[in-house]
Design a protein. Structure first.
Length: 221
């Protein structure tokens, strides 16, 4: 129907293990140069070890970085850690063209994580007071987005099978003492790439579900 946003399935790209800063700059460039006809993309990857600080983050939440670089970036939120064994999902979506609100996309990322966890026998849930997905109070996945020129970037980090020690050197997401969890500790033995391959269609399903629900005055692009 005329006036109804259309959403073509994004191109899903597996980037493997990549350095953080060049990937962040590539997301910015993609967003700055995309046109009304540019297909959406979802990037799946893992990063070399890095701490990232949101635009207004308090640097004191980095307790002792040691050999891990700290990068100030352009998302919201406080500090988090990325490293090998963590699935990072970057949805590069024209939210206005799709008819998505920012909350819709955050909810889709969280919901897809809950769906994947359930598929391997793990009960996980989002929290109303803090973005992300949790298992018995421990954080399994972190979410942080930026919207610029109607395009989303940054995204979700899902702990699959990684060294969690670097999280002890920060107050994750600004919460002192926040416990972190991961799929491997919870009994999932899937590889990072296999988790990514299963996650992408779950995310697409959640996005499509958001597009079919009735619009509300609170939705925005």
């Amino acid at each position: 129907m005329n006036g109804v946003p259309t959403f073509a399935p994004p191109r899903v790209k597996w980037l493997g293990r990549v350095a953080y800063e060049p990937t962040w700059r590539a997301m910015q460039a993609f967003t700055e140069t995309r046109t009304a006809d540019t297909p959406d993309e979802i990037w799946l990857l893992e990063h070399d070890p890095v701490y990232t600080l949101g635009m207004n983050a308090n640097p004191s939440h980095v307790l002792f970085a040691r050999d891990i670089p700290v990068v100030q970036i352009d998302r919201g939120g406080q500090v988090t850690y990325h490293g090998p064994g963590q699935l990072v999902v970057y949805p590069l979506i024209d939210v206005r063209r799709a008819g998505l609100g920012v909350r819709d996309l955050v909810t889709a990322l969280e919901g897809a994580t809950v769906d994947y966890a359930a598929s391997v026998g793990i009960t996980a849930e989002p929290r109303a007071d803090a973005p992300g997905v949790y298992v018995k109070g421990a954080k399994l996945a972190s979410v942080g987005l930026r919207i610029r020129r109607n395009g989303s970037y940054h995204g979700l980090a899902l702990n699959v099978d990684m060294d969690l020690e670097p999280f002890s050197r920060i107050n994750p997401c600004g919460y002192a003492g926040l416990q972190m969890s991961q799929l491997a500790t919870l009994g999932c033995r899937e590889t990072l790439q296999s988790v990514g391959e299963a996650f992408a269609p779950l995310l697409l399903r959640r996005i499509l579900a958001a597009l079919t629900k009735p619009a509300s005055p609170a939705r925005k692009s």
